[in-house]
Ligand binder design. Structure first.
Ligand SMILES: [Zn+2]
Length: 201
């Protein structure tokens, strides 16, 4: 969904609360959507406890109780979805190569996705193979599903072929949507390795 109508439930200066949304607020390392509420740009959607508030570019003219149009910037969101899905696939090929490793940090924004691992050697030499295998999966066109965990409804799961992991982020529906990706290594301190995933097109 790229847009919806919602009722304004609270306003504080340029912060707004709504009864429903199509926005993804920053969480689990995935960047907040951008977009607009009644044509006013949303700088950021912030998740606080179980609620989301929207930081607008300026104070709105609409009032509590009004019905407003909520739109996300689809090209921005779609890039983030591609990078998030790609990052999961890269993760699986990395642990296939390096053994079971814990992700110690991750972030997905418009420019790139990054995955950080506590790892004592440079991963440079592994990257060409990981990239090639990831591109094979992308080109194969494998379906990606996200759904609620039956055992724990507060959790969402991500499934792609044989892979299954908890994830509350947004994803493309098929690996083909991702297109060409590029991997880069970044050394972020002693014993820490970072993989950066970016889109080529
Ligand atoms: Zn994820």
């Amino acid at each position: 969904m790229k847009e919806c109508y919602a009722k304004v439930t609270a306003i504080e200066g340029n912060k707004v609360w709504l009864d429903q949304t199509v926005f993804f607020a920053f969480s689990g390392g995935q960047a907040s959507d951008k977009g607009a509420i009644n044509g006013i740009n949303v700088l950021e959607a912030v998740k606080q406890d179980d609620e989301i508030y929207y930081v607008l570019e300026k104070e709105p003219k609409f009032a509590v109780g009004d019905n407003v149009k909520v739109e996300i910037d689809w090209s921005y969101r779609h890039k983030i979805m591609k990078l998030h899905s790609a990052a999961h696939i890269v993760y699986y090929f990395f642990i296939e190569k390096a053994g079971e490793q814990k992700v110690i940090g991750s972030n997905i924004n418009i420019d790139k996705a990054r995955l950080d691992f506590a790892y004592n050697e440079s991963i440079s030499q592994m990257l060409p193979e990981i990239q090639e295998k990831t591109m094979e999966v992308i080109n194969k066109g494998i379906d990606i599903k996200t759904f609620e965990d039956e055992k724990d409804p507060s959790r969402r799961l991500w499934e792609c072929g044989k892979w299954l992991m908890p994830c509350g982020g947004t994803h493309v529906r098929n690996t083909k949507e991702i297109g060409q990706i590029k991997l880069k290594r970044n050394n972020i301190g002693a014993g820490k390795e970072r993989i950066e995933v970016s889109l080529v097109s």
